[in-house]
Design a protein around this ligand. Structure first.
Ligand SMILES: *[C@@H]1O[C@H](CO)[C@@H](O)[C@H](O)[C@H]1NC(C)=O
Ligand SMILES: *[C@@H]1O[C@H](CO)[C@@H](O)[C@H](O)[C@H]1NC(C)=O
Ligand SMILES: *[C@@H]1O[C@H](CO)[C@@H](O)[C@H](O)[C@H]1NC(C)=O
Ligand SMILES: *[C@@H]1O[C@H](CO)[C@@H](O)[C@H](O)[C@H]1NC(C)=O
Length: 324
C-alpha cells in the first residue's frame, strides 16, 4: 500500500517535471501571464492533467482527436463558466414547425456554404457566455448574403446589450431563436464595425439609423427533427443549432465528434453554433460541418465536425434560422 502510494507520487512528480517545460513554452506561445507563483503552479498542474487526458484519449480508438490549445490551463468547470451558457430551456422552440413547407428541392449529398462565399470568418467570443449571439449573427449573415449577395459582419454586442426582453441574458447565455425574435421586433441589427464586440455586458446603444440587416420571421425546428435541419442546410442555408458541450469538446482538434457523455435533451443545451454544411467521411460516416466562436485556432480552423443523424448531444433540439 505504502509502496503503491510512493510509486504514484514519484510518477506524478516525474510527470510534472516533464510537462513544466512544455507548460512554460505554452504560456509563451499564448502570451499567458499569471498574477503569482502560486497561480502559475496551480495552472501548471491543470495543464499537466489536461495534457495527460489528451494523450490518453488520443491513444484510444475514437472518431476524432484532441490536441492542446488555448484552453489548456482551465478545468472543465472553469471553461464552462466562461465559455458556455448556463443550460437553456428550449421549450418555447419545441412546437411542431407551423405549417411552413421548407422546400420541394432535394438536398445534395454534401454541401458547404463556405464554398459559396456566404459565411464570414470565424470570430471569438472571449470570456463571455455569448455563443448564441455568434450563432445568431453567423446565421443571419449567411441568410442575408444568400438573399442579397452582400456578406456583412453583424454585431454580436448589440444582442448582448439589447436582447434581454427576449429572454436572453447578455454574457450569461440565451438562444438563437430568441435572439432572432429580438432582431425581428427591434427591426434590425447593426454592423460589427459600428457596434463592435467587447465581450462584456454594457448598456444598449442601438441606433436605428445604422440598421443593415433585418429578420422578417423565424423558422424553429420541431425538437429532434434532424431530417428537416438536413433539408434546410441542404437547400436553404446555414442553421443555428445548440447542444450540450462536455469535457472532451474543450480540446477537440479534428475528426467526427461523438460522445456518450453528453445529454440529448433540450434542458441541457449550453452552447450555440452554426451548421454550415454536411458531408460523409471516407468510411461513410455522416457529419455536420459546424462553425464555432472560439477563434480560428480551435478545432479545424475554428470549425468542427459532429456526428449527423443521431441527435448527437441534442443538436436537433433547439435549431432555428431567420427568414430575411
Ligand atoms: C421550460 O419552459 C416551458 C415553457 O416556457 C415551461 O413550461 C417549463 O416548465 C420550463 N422548464 C424548466 C425546467 O424550466
Ligand atoms: C421560435 O422560438 C422562439 C423562442 O425560442 C419563440 O419566441 C417564437 O415564437 C418561435 N417562433 C415560431 C414561428 O414558432
Ligand atoms: C465531401 O467530402 C469529400 C471527401 O471526403 C470531398 O471530396 C468533397 O469535396 C466534400 N464535399 C463538400 C461539399 O464539402
Ligand atoms: C445614429 O446614427 C446616425 C447615422 O450614422 C448618426 O448621424 C447619429 O448621430 C447616430 N445617433 C447617435 C445617438 O449616436
Amino acid at each position: 500500500m505504502v509502496a503503491l502510494v510512493k510509486a504514484t507520487l514519484v510518477f506524478a512528480l516525474l510527470g510534472a517535471a516533464v510537462s513544466s517545460e512544455t507548460f512554460l513554452e505554452w504560456t509563451k506561445q499564448h502570451g499567458k501571464e499569471y498574477s503569482s507563483k502560486a497561480e502559475y503552479e496551480a495552472r501548471a498542474d491543470i495543464f499537466a492533467r489536461n495534457l495527460q487526458y489528451i494523450e490518453r484519449f488520443n491513444s484510444e480508438d475514437h472518431s476524432y482527436e484532441l490536441a492542446e490549445n488555448i484552453f489548456m490551463d482551465l478545468t472543465f468547470e472553469e471553461f464552462s463558466a466562461t465559455r458556455l451558457s448556463t443550460p437553456q430551456n428550449c421549450s418555447a422552440t419545441h412546437q411542431p414547425t407551423r405549417g411552413r413547407v421548407l422546400t420541394n428541392k432535394t438536398p445534395p449529398p454534401a454541401i458547404d456554404w463556405r464554398d459559396r462565399g456566404v459565411v464570414t470568418p470565424v470570430k471569438n467570443q472571449g470570456n463571455c457566455g455569448s455563443c448564441y449571439t455568434f450563432s445568431t449573427t453567423g446565421c443571419l449573415e449567411s441568410h442575408h448574403a444568400i438573399k442579397t449577395g452582400d456578406l456583412l459582419s453583424l454585431s454580436e454586442q448589440q444582442i448582448v446589450d439589447c436582447g434581454q426582453a427576449f429572454n436572453n441574458h447578455g454574457c450569461d447565455g440565451g438562444l438563437p431563436s430568441q435572439a432572432f425574435e429580438y432582431i425581428r421586433y427591434n427591426k434590425g441589427i447593426e454592423l460589427e464595425e459600428e457596434y463592435p464586440y467587447v465581450g462584456r455586458d454594457e448598456t444598449c446603444r442601438f441606433n436605428s439609423s445604422e440598421v443593415v440587416a433585418t429578420v422578417s420571421d423565424v423558422h424553429n425546428f420541431t425538437q429532434g427533427d434532424e431530417d428537416s435541419i438536413y433539408v434546410a442546410v441542404g437547400t436553404v442555408g446555414p442553421v443555428s443549432i445548440c447542444f450540450d458541450v462536455t469535457t472532451q469538446f474543450q480540446f477537440y482538434k479534428h475528426g467526427v465528434f461523438s460522445s456518450l457523455l453528453c445529454h440529448k435533451d433540450s434542458q441541457h443545451v449550453n452552447h450555440a453554433v452554426l451548421a454550415v454544411g454536411y458531408n460523409v467521411t471516407e468510411s461513410n460516416e455522416p457529419y455536420w460541418i459546424v462553425k464555432n466562436s472560439w477563434g480560428a485556432d480551435w478545432g479545424i480552423n475554428g470549425y468542427f465536425w459532429i456526428e449527423r443523424g443521431k441527435n448527437m448531444c441534442g443538436l436537433a433540439d433547439c435549431a432555428s434560422y431567420p427568414i430575411v
